[in-house]
Design a protein around this ligand. Structure first.
Ligand code: 3Y8
Ligand code: NAP
Length: 249
């Protein structure tokens, strides 16, 4: 009997959990514990870090995990690096379920930043009205650019208000819709969208809304990730599992 661990926190991870539950597979979905009420899942859930790559390797062995699926967000680089190391140490089959990066379409007005620091530096200059679609963990870092108005969107209400002097905070979780994102941008007279190249459908609405409103986007490119086997669709993960079964894993 296979025993699958999914490192979750994305739309694709939830889709895979549904698929494995429907197939009667034994699977556990793991959350970091970043938000108060993560989405309920059709498989058992565990919450919290493992204690680095060593902690994850020990977990894989103690729980008898046979297959590790890293379905974390493309910016969860530490978790993804740990997954590759831990799977190798524990001798567990490993695949990443990730989504292709978004690509600018014709007429899109994108500029790129290599990372968070580059995005902050790119905001030098006169005041603008920016939709900072980065979530809670990085918002305060933009306090070094206080001249701008920031539209923020967090999953949970923060214990301490954001330090940004001019901001409006929306508490909401995705997946988001184009109409809602467009209305938000118009209501707050947004003139720049700043986001991560998350890929996938759950956060794409703001890019479509920006296109409709002919607004510029500052796109933070993805961090480097280790070489690993990758799938872009939960069905491909099922095929990978069955292929392993054929090989008697
Ligand atoms: C805890 C678990 C599902 C998964 C849904 C996806 C889509 C909706 C869009 C915007 C961008 C952002 C943020 C975002 C989206 C999906 C997906 C995605 C972006 C939940 C969830 C967890 C998190 C963590 C949270 C981060 C934050 C990032 C908000 C669940 C809802 C900005 C990423 O407050 C915090 O500490 C939040 C932290 C990491 C990034 C950040 O730096 O703040 N996601 N998001 C996961 C865990 O504990 O392991 O409740 O479902 C999941 C989802 N959020 O099953 O339907 O697949 O990406 N999440 C980004 O893309 O830039 C919002 O506002 O337009
Ligand atoms: P990260 O920086 O790569 O990970 C930092 C530490 O958090 C990891 O070393 C691990 O702790 C713990 N961790 C991360 N993901 C975990 C998981 N799924 N299960 C158990 N522990 C986990 O990760 P992050 O960017 O903070 O993302 C955290 C979670 O939010 C992930 O599940 C990710 O999929 C989700 N998410 C992130 C973003 C984003 O923009 N980063 C967007 C959407 C969803 P230990 O070292 O102690 O094991």
């Amino acid at each position: 009997m296979r025993n699958i661990l999914i490192l979750g926190g994305t739309t694709e991870a939830s889709a895979l959990a549904r698929l494995l539950a429907e197939c009667g597979e034994r699977a556990t979905l793991s959350y970091a514990g970043r938000v108060d009420n993560p989405r309920p899942q059709p498989v058992p859930v565990r919450v919290g870090g493992f204690g680095g790559a060593e902690g994850l390797a020990a977990y894989l062995q103690s729980e008898g995990v046979t297959h590790l699926v890293d379905a974390t967000h493309p910016f969860a680089a530490t978790m993804s690096g740990n997954a590759v190391i831990a799977a190798r140490q524990a001798g567990v089959a490993h695949i990443a379920l990730t989504r292709p990066a978004w690509r600018a379409e014709q007429d899109d007005r994108w500029t790129h930043a290599p990372d968070m620091a580059g995005a902050i530096a790119a905001l030098d200059g006169p005041a603008r009205r920016i939709m900072l679609a980065l979530g809670r963990m990085h918002a305060d870092a933009f306090a070094v650019q206080p001249q701008h108005f920031y539209l923020l969107r967090f999953v949970d209400a923060p214990a301490v208000p954001p330090v940004l002097p001019q901001h409006h905070l929306v508490i909401d979780r995705g997946p988001f819709g184009v109409e809602g994102d467009r209305r938000l941008m118009q209501e707050h007279r947004i003139d720049l969208i700043l986001c991560k190249n998350a890929g996938g459908a759950g956060a794409q609405a703001k890019l479509i809304a920006a296109r409709q409103l002919d607004l510029p986007v500052l796109m933070i490119d993805r961090p480097a990730l280790p070489d690993r086997l990758e799938a872009h669709d939960p069905q491909d993960v099922l095929r990978w599992l069955d292929h392993d079964a054929d090989r008697g894993v």
